[in-house]
Design a binder for this molecule. Sequence first.
Ligand code: MTE
Ligand code: MO
Length: 403
Amino acid sequence: MNAPSTTRRRWLELTALAAGTAACRRSAPAPEADTGPNLLGKPVTAYGERSPFETAARALPDTRTPETAASRTPLQDSCGILTPSSLHYERHHSGVPKIDPAQHRLLLHGLVDRPLVFNVEEIRRLPSVSRIYFLECSGNSSGEWGEKTGRNAAQSHGLASCSEWTGVPLSLLLAECGVQKQVKWLIAEGADPCKMQRSLPLDKAMDDVLVAWGQNGEPLRPEQGYPLRLVVPGWEGNISVKWLRRIKAVEEPYMVRDETSHYTDLLPDGTARIFTFVMEAKSLITFPSGGQKLTSPGFYEITGLAWSGRGRIQRVEVSTDDGQTWHDATLQEPRLSMAFTRFNFPWNWDGKETVLQSRATDETGYVQPAKEPLVAVRGLNSQYHFNGIKPWKVMGDGSVTNA
Ligand SMILES: Nc1nc2c(c(=O)[nH]1)N[C@H]1C(S)=C(S)[C@@H](COP(=O)(O)O)O[C@H]1N2
Ligand SMILES: [Mo]
């Protein structure tokens, strides 16, 4: 038992050398701390806030109008697998509506035996489940298709977050309505000004889709769809309709705006992929990543996140030599289906310029592709569904940039 603890001590000494490299790091100059040994602290508060010494923040776009708004999770500052609700990415097409839950209704209608209207209280009274799932916009890491634009992990991959969602299985509501035999699709609609709609296959709806009202132990944030949203596990974020107000049972998809003008992939042969719902396996090194700096050569723990819309992450390999050799990273538990999985890999940086990469394999055996084979198949017409390997370049002075 001696050897491991000695190794562990040595490890701690070495990592202590590389000061400030823990996964949860603070980035800005510290405000002044309270001083004096007998100074009393602040009294209790009704709703908590983080330490004034912590400054991780969502990356915002240069221009902010309701129609173009997307903010990105600072994955470079993340630890563990959950995204705090206050840092969950936001994507909305007509701003965040302010909805009074007492006024809000969810209508289920169409080809059903009993059309039903629920208020929010009724939804919350139904048997609920809580599940940890990632949510990712299919436009995430779109900058990686061509000239790389994301200078850091938030900008390149921050349209992905992971929360514990609480809600009612949609299958339960559908059973209450009595969905008719010919129904193959549902049309889900939001209560925001753009009336976001998406066509959802009935099979998926009956499988694992939630009508969620809770997020990370409290009601949904307005940005995430308060008071009710769909959570469609593993599928492109756009179909997880927020501010959910209507579900219509139908025979065919409706070919709505967001599944025709958006979220389709135009291929090199002129045909387009449509209803490409599943977000394929993907991974990202969050430390060291763009914008960060290694203070000196020596030991570092590389860490990152991997996820797959097809199930669990089976394996993550890391390369620290520009893809010449690959080594298995350690996967942290819990390793949940369609949730972020954190990986770690010990690394001794020799102070030379190099490129770091990670490659995820999910439980179906699917391996995250490099960018080149992905571009060979998909071409460069589409900005959606990029899941290629993400390289970060470590410069001789320890600074980390896009590669
Ligand atoms: N009603 C409504 N639902 C919506 C949207 C919207 O604009 N309106 N945006 C969609 C898109 S494109 C994504 S990626 C996810 C983002 O969810 P989030 O803001 O909770 O991260 O919500 C989807 N659901
Ligand atoms: Mo999206």
